[in-house]
Design a protein. Structure first.
Length: 297
C-alpha cells in the first residue's frame, strides 16, 4: 500500500486464443506469463483466495473492474470504503480488506493525541463492515516523528486494546499493514515483521493481526518465505508487488511468486492474497490476470 485510496494510493481481457492450449499446473513462470499474455482462460486451483486493490485500477470504473474480476476469478476488490461495498455486492464480490476509518498512513495509533479520534472512527465503521459481511479492516501505526519504536509500540497497544471489545463483538479483525520506510513510506514505524508481531502479542487479541505486504517486506528485510513461515500466526492478509518498482510480478522482477505462494499455502493460510502492483503495460486487466495466474499455485 502506498497512498490513500481516492487520491493516489500507490482495456478488457483478451479473447480466448483458439489455437492455444497451455496447462498451467506444474509449468514454469514463463509459461504462466505467456498464457496470461495470450488471453488463455484457465481454471483457478482454489488454494489461493484472490483479491485486487482498487487504487491500482482507479482509472477503470468500479463496475468494469468488478466485471473483469469476476471473469478472472477474483473474489474481492479491497481498499474500498462503505460507499463502494454495495457495488461489490451487486457483482457477488467481497472486500477482503476495506478502508473506511482512521486518518491514513502517516497519522496512526502510535500518537496518543489521535486516539480519541481513531477510536471513534473505527468504532463507527467496524459495525458497518460487519453488517456488510466483511471481516477485516486496515489500520496503520503512523510515522515515528522522532518517537522510538518501543514507545510507539506501547502507544499503539493502548489505543488498539480499547478497540478490541468492538472488534471482538462484531468479529472484525483490525489488520495493521507492514510498509517499507526505505523507499515508499519514509519514517513509517511498523516497518519490520518482528515489530508487528510483538505488537500483536501486546494487544493480545485474535482480532488484531498483520498485513504482510510482500513488496514492502522484500525491500525492508528480505528472507520472505522464512519470515512468512516464522510469523504465520500473526498474518491475516497478503499483498503482492514486483520489486523493484511495484509493477508486474512476472519475470521482470526479483521475486519468484509461485514459490512464495506455495509457502503460504503450506502454512495452512486460508485468507486472501491481493494483487497490489501498478500495471506498467497498456492492458492493465491483462496484467492483473497474469498476476492471478502466477499466484494460483
Amino acid at each position: 500500500m502506498k497512498k490513500e485510496p481516492g487520491t493516489s494510493r500507490r482495456g478488457a481481457i483478451k479473447k480466448l486464443a483458439s489455437s492455444a492450449a497451455i496447462t498451467l499446473a506444474g509449468t514454469s513462470l514463463a509459461h504462466r506469463v505467456k498464457a496470461a499474455e495470450a488471453g488463455v482462460r484457465t481454471e483457478l486451483k482454489g488454494k489461493i483466495n484472490h483479491s485486487v486493490c482498487r487504487w491500482c485500477y482507479r482509472d477503470i470504473s468500479l463496475d468494469d473492474l468488478c466485471k473483469s474480476a469476476k471473469d478472472i476469478g477474483i473474489a474481492s476488490i479491497e481498499l474500498t470504503g462503505p460507499e463502494e461495498w454495495p457495488t461489490l455486492q451487486k457483482y457477488g464480490l467481497t472486500s477482503a480488506l476495506p478502508w473506511g476509518a482512521g486518518k491514513g498512513i502517516v497519522d496512526g495509533f502510535n500518537d496518543l493525541a489521535l486516539h480519541d479520534e481513531l477510536i471513534k472512527s473505527y468504532s463507527e465503521v467496524i459495525p458497518k463492515a460487519a453488517a456488510a459481511g466483511l471481516t477485516q479492516i486496515i489500520c496503520f501505526s503512523g510515522n515515528r516523528k522522532g518517537m522510538d519504536d518501543e514507545k510507539g509500540m506501547e502507544n499503539c497497544a493502548i489505543g488498539l486494546k480499547k478497540l478490541m471489545p468492538v472488534a471482538e463483538k462484531h468479529k472484525v479483525t483490525m489488520v495493521m499493514e507492514l510498509l517499507n520506510s526505505k523507499v515508499d513510506h519514509k519514517d513509517y514505524m511498523c516497518d519490520h515483521t518482528s515489530w508487528g508481531a510483538a505488537l500483536c502479542d501486546k494487544v493480545g487479541s485474535d482480532r488484531f493481526k498483520l498485513l504482510y505486504d510482500i513488496y514492502h517486506m522484500q525491500i525492508m528485510e528480505g528472507d520472505v518465505i522464512a519470515t512468512i513461515k516464522k510469523y504465520q500466526k500473526y498474518i491475516s492478509h497478503f499483498h503482492t508487488g514486483g520489486v523493484p518498482g511495484r509493477h508486474e510480478i512476472d519475470d521482470t522482477q526479483e521475486l519468484h511468486y509461485p514459490a512464495i505462494m506455495a509457502a503460504i499455502v503450506e502454512t495452512g493460510y486460508k485468507g486472501f492474497v491481493a494483487q497490489e502492483f501498478i500495471p506498467a503495460r497498456p492492458d492493465k486487466i491483462a496484467s492483473l490476470k497474469q498476476g492471478v495466474n502466477i499466484c494460483d499455485v
